[in-house]
Design a protein around this ligand. Structure first.
Ligand code: COA
Length: 226
């Protein structure tokens, strides 16, 4: 079973990395493949409750590949970890089949709570270099998370998300209208509320000054008559 998984990892590199020449070269020289091989062994020990050995294997793998995959993480078939350096995949992360993960990606948590705290990626998900996906939520099949994006919320399938915090810009290959792309953060919301309050205050002051002007005109008219 592990051998079959390794073969599928090698094939994934050959299919999706234009620089890959042949299976032997991929097997011997691609640190992403090495990290996956180590992980599959470490995960076996983890599943059999031999946590120390599992963690030891994962740390040795990290030393040689610069890719840190917690032995508890569940990885599917045909995964490509391209370049790989700096990739971190947390204990309760799940990565579906045929996902592509570039260098510097973190599939992490956002707190110290135990239990499921890392993301779940569907199948065929691409995570661009330097992207961070933080928290326990799902990223649907065929999604793309842009290079350097920070994704903090679930993504529906076939969605492309970019930026910090990441927001959807494409769905089913079609660009979303710019308005829908805008996400108002908490700070922006507070500024909008302050602008609203200032508008109301200005309106009240205008009405008050109009009333005062009327009263002043009435007083002046009275004085002229007298
Ligand atoms: C996210 C990604 C997959 C989008 O690809 P795409 O579907 O072709 O999307 P587009 O290029 O049409 O971009 C759509 C919008 O997102 C923006 N965008 C794309 N990538 C972005 C990024 N990394 N950060 C911020 N905005 C980005 C584009 O400027 C465009 O915005 P606009 O509509 O306002 O002009 C791609 O840009 C990406 O980041 N891939 C990762 C590649 C990578 O990490 N390679 C490492 C190789 S070593």
């Amino acid at each position: 079973m592990i051998l079959k998984d390794i073969w599928m990892d090698v094939k994934a590199v050959q299919e999706r990395d234009p620089a890959a020449r042949n299976a032997l070269e991929v097997l011997l020289l691609y640190q992403g493949v090495h990290a996956l091989i180590w992980h599959r062994v470490a995960h076996w020990f983890y599943e059999h409750h031999m946590f120390f050995i599992a963690r030891l294997i994962s740390q040795v793998a990290r030393f040689f590949t610069l890719i840190e995959i917690h032995p508890g993480a569940q990885l599917g078939h045909g995964i490509l970890i391209d370049h790989g350096c700096g990739v971190v995949i947390g204990e309760t992360a799940v990565v579906g089949d045929n996902c592509t993960i570039y260098q510097g990606v973190t599939l992490g948590g956002v707190g110290t709570q135990k239990g499921k705290r890392h993301p779940t990626l569907g199948n065929n998900v691409t995570v661009g270099s330097g992207a961070k996906i933080l928290g326990s939520f799902e990223v649907g099949d065929n999604c793309s998370v842009a290079a350097n994006a920070v994704l903090l919320r679930p993504l529906e399938e076939n969605t492309t998300a970019v930026g910090i915090p990441a927001r959807p810009v494409k769905k089913d290959g079609v660009a979303l209208p710019k308005k829908q792309k805008m996400i108002i953060g908490e700070d922006d919301q507070r500024i909008l509320e302050q602008i609203d309050a200032l508008r109301k205050e200005l309106q009240e002051l205008r009405e008050e000054s109009a009333n005062l002007r009327k009263e002043l005109e009435a007083v002046r008219a009275g004085q002229e008559k007298a």
